[in-house]
Design a protein around this ligand. Structure first.
Ligand code: NAP
Length: 325
């Protein structure tokens, strides 16, 4: 649903690496739907999202711009379809919780397509963290910047532009997945001439004196690195940390353990989420352990808290939707 840039990457990856069938495409335009279907050998194309939702598919992958995820997901759920929704799951906590409630009420599967957490390397990272090898976790440092052509939707305020939802959601998801619920945060941001936020940084504290620092910006590429620090060792994920690739664990005595994997991008990585979702649905589950809905909701709550401090309001939100702390 929404055959744009990421839908192309997702389709190529799923078709190449799984036996799943991309059965139909739904676009706001029949021409775009048919063109996409033609490029990828897909048998059914619809000229509206409503027709796709009413069709005979098992699950709908929502790949519209951020501020249409909520209505697209509800359209699919209300038609009795499971949903996999591109990141961020919605534009705020309220939308994320609304999707989770609607799915649970209907007994349908829902997940945020936070593909990073479905990659094999994150399975290994989770095992490292669970093993206690790093000691007590104290700090997470994570950032994400990228260069965009000026025509990209990230510069469009009407599409909830700015780096927070496109890029910042990766470091924020990592930080909250590792350290949990924050107790305090301080954010600084700078506007872009287009009217969206250009960059923001946040310092976040958690129970027990643990801290995280994040930056996200749309000016240019950064290492997109992430480091998880513990009292016994630190783990640094090769950049871009959200994509396939390696990571290393360093101990104070100079010992270094490396997880080696060729760097990859969407083609190499997006199919893992599709496979995990299919396995979960086949097993009768309504969520995936790699990205529980409660974690998607928590990430959006932290993004809301950052926006509160910076006065960033997305389309369709009243300032009251993004509550001030
Ligand atoms: N997982 C990842 O690595 C990754 C990477 C990039 C993007 N994403 C996420 O995927 C979502 C889509 O990003 P994208 O880069 O694929 O965007 P995109 O290229 O602009 O595609 C979005 C599609 O949504 C549909 N759409 C519905 N309402 C629209 C509107 N008002 N304006 C524009 N398009 C509208 C359009 O298809 P029709 O009009 O034909 O229906 C359009 O092709 C975003 O939420 C983004 O965060 C994820």
């Amino acid at each position: 649903m929404g055959p744009g840039w990421i839908a192309e990457r997702f389709t190529e990856s799923v078709q190449a690496h799984t036996s799943q069938l991309i059965a139909a495409i739904g676009s706001r335009s029949l021409d775009r739907s048919e063109a996409f279907a033609g490029r990828h050998g897909i048998s059914h194309s619809f000229g509206s999202y409503e027709e796709l939702a009413a069709s005979d598919v098992d699950i709908i992958y929502v790949a519209t711009p951020h501020n249409f995820h909520y209505e697209a997901a509800l359209l699919a759920l209300d038609a009795g379809k499971h949903v996999l929704i591109e990141k961020p799951i919605g534009i705020n906590r309220e939308q994320a919780a609304g999707i989770a409630d609607r799915a649970a009420g209907a007994g349908l599967f829902a997940a945020e397509a936070m593909w990073t957490f479905f990659l094999p390397k994150f399975d290994v990272i989770r095992q490292v963290l669970d093993s206690g090898m790093l000691g007590d976790l104290t700090t997470v440092l994570a950032e994400y910047g990228e260069h965009f052509d000026r025509s990209h939707r990230i510069f469009d305020p009407a599409l909830a532009g700015g780096p927070l939802l496109d890029l910042g959601t990766y470091p924020l998801s990592l930080i909250t997945s590792v350290l949990g619920e924050p107790d305090r945060l301080l954010a600084l941001g700078e506007p872009h001439e287009s009217g969206v936020n250009a960059q923001l940084s946040a310092v976040i504290s958690f129970a027990g004196g643990r801290q995280a620092m994040m930056n996200t910006q749309l000016h240019n590429f950064t290492p997109t690195s992430a480091t998880i620090v513990g009292t016994e060792a630190s783990l640094t994920i090769d950049g871009p940390f959200n994509m396939p690739g390696g990571f290393a664990i360093r101990f104070p005595d100079g010992t270094r353990l490396a997880y080696e994997e060729p760097a990859g991008a969407h083609f190499e990585g997006l199919h893992y989420e599709a496979a995990a979702v299919a396995r979960a649905i086949a097993a009768g589950k309504l969520e995936v352990p790699q990205r529980p809905l409660a974690e998607s909701i928590r990430t959006m709550a932290v993004a809301d808290a950052i926006r509160n401090q910076l006065g960033i309001v997305f389309p369709g939100e009243s300032p009251a939707t993004v509550r001030r702390d």
